[in-house]
Design a protein around this ligand. Structure first.
Ligand code: ATP
Ligand code: MG
Length: 480
């Protein structure tokens, strides 16, 4: 175990890390912080939720000359929410060092960002499109940048983002340090990465499996038309504290969020077609527990760190193994336990096996819960709520009514049963409409193996399988 005090860090950083409640460095932090401080280019790969943000954030803050009001470090992330989150974590790490961190991302007022940029931030965290926008407007200059970091590096170097990344790189000095982090790093992407790094060192935290052992992984074989009932029952039986349901498309996310609401769950959807204000407010509600079920496209799959997420449901099996790793990694973070359940339609079983081959972890089969089991689950919750209320006390105002009931009805069991019935959310069978999604094509070559590469060169392993490059004219990705 490595203590932060063994890592030769400045007192200001130690103070900040201590305030954040970090006692020991995680393995990826212990391994990469010293190398990063030496100025080496690095590819850091470690499982989800193991502290990669601080692994690149701590040495970056150490290298900032706070007396120099120019941008010295730039971090690029694939989604706006992740850019915000990373900037917040860096702000905390850099608070005592007085490092100024600014997030720039699309969908928010650019004039306000321009004003903030004029105040001389030292570190910019942003999404590629908006960073480029500022570069082109000359409101962001990267000629003093000594450190460039790609968070979720494999995603950033994937077809949707690579052109933007290359354009940004052109404006950053060549003698920079380049750091790449992700939980996944497929070989073809690693080869692209090495093109713009200087003899990079790869740091992998040795783990037998690509996913975190703290996440129990299950799959349920279920035909498309039965998926929603199975999901409802699972939510009733497992009663997650916070759950994320991943769907394949935006339409599916909207329909699922609506259908869950109809059946009495507090659910909201998040995807790339919503306004940024809406995306932020949905996420905020979820973090505060005002929404129990977040339904999301892959826009929420990478990097988001929301404590209290106990369950991840893949309503649709993801299109590539990396997406699976990141999606389920929204639970089981920072030493906590989690559960992931993946729905697989019978025709898609081949995909499940390919995911397992990549993660080197088998998912256990799970039987869909029955209606009775769902009812039992809900009754258990009602009982827990009743017991909690008894423990909390403060029931005096109800005791007169209780006594009245006892005189009216002889059997106390009858009364308690009625109380339970009233507070139990019985499994709901209200019909809902979920449009059918076509199953993924059954050819296995379309998924992860063989075929044409992203750049069209034959012979390289294809990544992101059959998903067609959906480029906007600018070459940026067509949001999730
Ligand atoms: N040394 C530490 N001790 C305790 N908690 C830590 C430590 N380092 C980071 N954390 C916390 O662990 C959580 C996960 O960290 P982080 O988001 O950086 O993970 P990650 O490796 O980037 O995951 P992902 O691959 O999903 O992006 C955060 O809440 C973070 O504050
Ligand atoms: Mg991360």
């Amino acid at each position: 175990m490595t203590k932060f005090s063994d890592l030769n860090l400045s007192p200001a950083i130690l103070k900040a890390v201590n305030r954040m409640g970090f006692e020991e460095a995680t393995p990826i932090q212990a391994k990469t912080i010293p190398l990063s401080k030496e100025g080496k280019d690095l590819i850091g790969q470690a499982q989800t939720g193991t502290g990669k943000t601080a692994a690149f954030g701590i040495p970056l803050i150490e290298k900032i000359d706070t007396k120099n009001p120019t941008v010295q470090g730039i971090i690029i992330a694939p989604t706006r929410e992740l850019a915000i989150q990373v900037s917040e974590e860096l702000y905390k790490i850099g608070m005592d060092s007085r490092a100024r961190v600014l997030a720039v991302y699309g969908g928010s007022d650019i004039q306000r960002q321009i004003r903030a940029l004029k105040k001389g931030p030292h570190i910019i965290v942003g999404t590629p499109g908006r960073i480029l926008d500022h570069i082109n407007r000359r409101t962001l200059k990267l000629n003093n940048v000594h450190t460039l970091i790609l968070d979720e590096a494999d995603e950033m170097l994937n077809m949707g983002f690579i052109d933007d990344i290359e354009a940004i790189l052109k404006t950053v000095p060549d003698e920079r340090q380049t750091l790449l982090f992700s939980a996944t790093m497929p070989d073809p992407i690693r080869r692209i990465a090495e093109r713009f790094m200087k003899s990079p060192e790869t740091v992998r935290v040795q783990a037998r499996e690509m996913t975190v052992p703290l996440i129990e992984q299950y799959f349920i074989k279920v035909p498309e038309r039965e998926k929603f009932d199975v999901l409802s029952r699972l939510l009733d039986v497992q009663s997650p504290e916070l759950a994320i349901v991943f769907g394949r498309t935006k339409r599916r996310v909207d329909e699922l969020a609506n259908a869950l609401t109809v059946r009495g769950y507090t659910a909201e959807g998040i995807h790339g077609d919503l306004s940024q204000a809406k995306r932020i407010s949905v996420l905020k509600k979820f973090k505060e527990g005002r929404v129990d079920v977040l339904v999301a496209t892959d826009v929420a799959a990478r990097g988001l760190d929301i404590s209290g997420v106990t369950h991840v449901y893949n309503y649709d099996i993801p299109q590539d193994p990396e997406s699976y790793v990141h999606r389920i990694g929204r639970t089981g973070r920072a030493g906590k336990e989690g559960m992931a359940v993946t729905f697989v339609s019978p025709r898609e079983m081949g995909y499940l096996r390919i995911v397992e081959q990549t993660t080197k972890k088998r998912m256990q089969p799970m039987r869909p819960p029955t209606w009775d089991e769902a009812l039992e689950g809900q009754q258990r919750i009602a009982m827990e709520r009743l017991s909690e209320a008894i423990q909390e006390g403060d029931l005096d105002e109800y005791k007169t009514s209780a006594k009245d009931l006892l005189t009216e009805h002889d059997d106390p069991v009858e009364i308690i049963a009625a109380a339970l019935k009233v507070i139990t959310k019985e499994p709901d069978k209200t019909p809902v409409h979920i449009s059918e999604e076509r199953p993924l094509p059954s050819k296995r070559e379309h998924f992860g193996g063989g075929g044409r590469s992203r750049r069209g060169k034959p012979g390289q392993q294809s990544y992101k399988g059959h998903r067609k490059p959906q480029r906007r004219p600018s070459g940026r990705r067509t949001s999730y």
